[in-house]
Design a protein around this ligand. Structure first.
Ligand code: ZN
Length: 144
């Protein structure tokens, strides 16, 4: 088990531009501000979306494309380092015109219609670098 003590750092809030790719835009803010550890929340709407589902047996992501306007009901994510650069790992719940909710692991390919975000920086004595986890096949934080 890994447990890292964190303290609050800087906090940023704002809106993304219409047409921005949701994941890329959040990641760009983290990279521009050099946020190496933290969390992100957002809500708003996208014009379409692409989310991943990890098949645990096959150890492979399958991607779902939703080619319709959707509400971002909730986006929660964390920020850590992958290949030495800030990376956003986010999951998103999306809502359609009938109020149905679905979602998954946010992938590139979700253009923003409108989006308000908040990013919390965490300060820690230890950096969290993603690395390949043999047990799951995923790029995860270290075990300890
Ligand atoms: Zn994920």
């Amino acid at each position: 088990m890994l447990s890292v003590k964190i303290k609050p750092g800087r906090c940023f809030t704002g809106r993304l531009a219409k047409g921005d790719d949701l994941l890329q835009a959040l990641e760009k803010i983290c990279q521009d501000q050099n946020i190496t550890l933290g969390e992100v929340r957002a809500l708003g709407a996208v014009t379409r979306a692409r989310v991943g589902f990890y098949n645990q047996e096959e150890r492979k992501y399958y991607f779902l494309d939703f080619d319709q306007p959707l509400e971002i009901l909730a986006l929660v994510g964390n920020i850590s380092l992958k290949d030495g650069k800030p990376m956003v790992h986010a999951h998103v719940t999306l809502g359609d015109h009938a109020g149905r909710a679905f979602g998954g692991h946010l992938a590139e390919g979700a253009p923003v219609f409108a989006c308000e975000y908040v990013i919390y920086e965490h300060l820690a004595e230890q950096e969290l670098h993603r690395q390949l986890d043999q047990e799951t096949g995923l790029m995860l934080w270290p075990k300890s």
